[in-house]
Write a new protein. Structure first.
Length: 405
């Protein structure tokens, strides 16, 4: 057999050509099918959680103002030009950002791809592949050879594989978005929730790089959803990113918080008591309802909420002898004295002159920046309540220093 092959080189040349042609045709067919699937996915949109489904719709509380502000970001007008590298939606942890974005995304569907970030580049790339219906579970003959070569050739194979996955996703999305723009006259939207998880990862760099190209051609609008102001600030400071629009999601107002609790089976009195105590932070209300359903008393639940707030002060270093404790207590004191429980930026700068203290205090969950009103306030009602009950005198006696005299 071997002798025959050696004797007839044209034979193996022919076989080689046949294999090569087969691989090329297979690969072309693969990319056609893949392109078609990603395009269909874009046309129909993708969001994993459908809040209008019967079970969810029973507990979903509408937030018309938040929903329309979010809709303006994730529903680009027809013919809207590409201009910026990214849009962002911020809000304190647990205020209901993801739910609101998912709800709007499900209303719109067409053109929106929603994906949650992940600390590992490879897992994030995998999620993006799934969201785009990238067909990567089917073997692509050429890709298989490429992947094997990559693994042999490089030590950091996992990172490279993640990077090549992400590049493939960005390319596929771009191609599909070209077709989408031709058909619908507007850019597609890629929403990355919990985007702060990508901080410091090469995946973020790649995404922003791709986004620069998408924006120039008006093909895909990148929307980052995050609970960390500092993440957005760092992005804006460290990269040459421009932002076209942003929205800050707030806690539920008291009417919405009451509806939220009623829909989860609480009676009127309990609803009012809880809203007075905890305000409209969704995540706290969810935990409180769960505790009540598990048989705990309202007093226990209130205590739990205060203990959680105390932990936040502890984490922020305001209950220990830290460098920024005094500055933090000065702010607590000023906020408790202010009728609307906020201070403007000038007062904040006077109370916390050191930039490092500013960063430490704002990255905690005790204070938060209200971008819309350009003010600083308590991050939540429970944190405010804890300060009223336990820090009033401490703040008064400890907080003052020469700079506030
Ligand atoms: N409008 C709403 N109606 C009903 N339930 C809601 C609503 N908004 C939020 N929730 C519930 O509150 C909880 C927290 O909401 P969500 O996860 O959307 O907050 P988040 O701001 O995205 O939090 P994180 O900052 O941790 O990402 C979830 O259990 C969600 O089901
Ligand atoms: Mg979220």
């Amino acid at each position: 057999m071997n002798a025959m092959w050696l004797a007839e080189p044209s034979q193996w040349l022919k076989s080689g050509l046949r294999i090569g042609a087969g691989l090329t045709i297979g690969s072309l067919a693969y990319s056609r099918v893949r392109h078609h699937l990603v395009y269909r996915r874009l046309l129909h949109g993708h969001c994993p959680c459908d809040w209008s489904a019967t079970a969810c719709s029973k507990v979903y509380v509408h937030r018309p103002e938040e929903e329309s502000a979010v809709a303006r970001i994730i529903r680009p007008a027809k013919d809207s030009p590409g201009s910026a590298m990214f849009f962002y939606i911020v809000g304190s942890s647990g205020c209901g950002k993801s739910t609101c974005v998912q709800w709007v995304c499900n209303q719109e569907r067409s053109g929106c791809i929603y994906v949650t970030a992940h600390r590992k580049s490879n897992d994030f790339a995998g999620r993006l592949q799934d969201a785009l219906l990238m067909l990567d579970n089917l073997p692509n003959p050429v890709r298989l050879i490429y992947d094997v070569a990559l693994r042999i050739g490089h030590e950091s194979a996992v990172e490279d594989a993640a990077s090549s996955k992400l590049v493939a996703c960005c390319q596929a999305l771009k191609e599909a978005a070209e077709g989408y723009r031709r058909k619908c006259g507007r850019p597609a939207v890629l929403i990355i929730d919990s985007a702060e998880l990508l901080a410091g990862q090469p995946a973020l760099e790649e995404l922003l790089e791709a986004s620069r190209g998408w924006a120039d051609q008006g093909l895909v609008r990148l929307v980052l959803v995050t609970s960390e102001d500092s993440f957005v600030k760092r992005l804006l400071d460290n990269t040459r990113c421009s932002v076209s629009g942003s929205h800050e999601v707030e806690d539920l107002n008291s009417g919405q918080a009451l509806a939220f609790l009623q829909r989860r089976g609480l009676d009127g009195k309990a609803c009012h008591e809880l809203v007075n105590h905890a305000g409209g932070r969704c995540i706290e209300l969810v935990a409180a309802v769960e505790s009540l359903h598990n048989g705990q008393s309202m007093e226990d639940v209130k205590q739990l909420i205060l203990s959680a707030a105390e932990r936040l002060y502890q984490e922020a270093g305001l209950l220990d002898d830290t460098i920024h404790r005094k500055a933090g207590l000065r702010v607590v004191d000023a906020l408790l004295r202010s009728p609307d429980r906020t201070v403007d930026f000038a007062t904040w700068n006077r109370l916390v002159p050191n930039p490092k203290d500013k960063e430490a205090l704002l990255s905690s969950n005790v204070f938060s920046m209200q971008h819309k009103h350009r003010r600083i306030g308590f991050d939540s009602r429970s944190v405010e309540r804890y300060a009223q009950l336990h820090l009033k005198d401490v703040a008064l006696s400890d907080a003052h220093c020469d700079c506030c005299a």
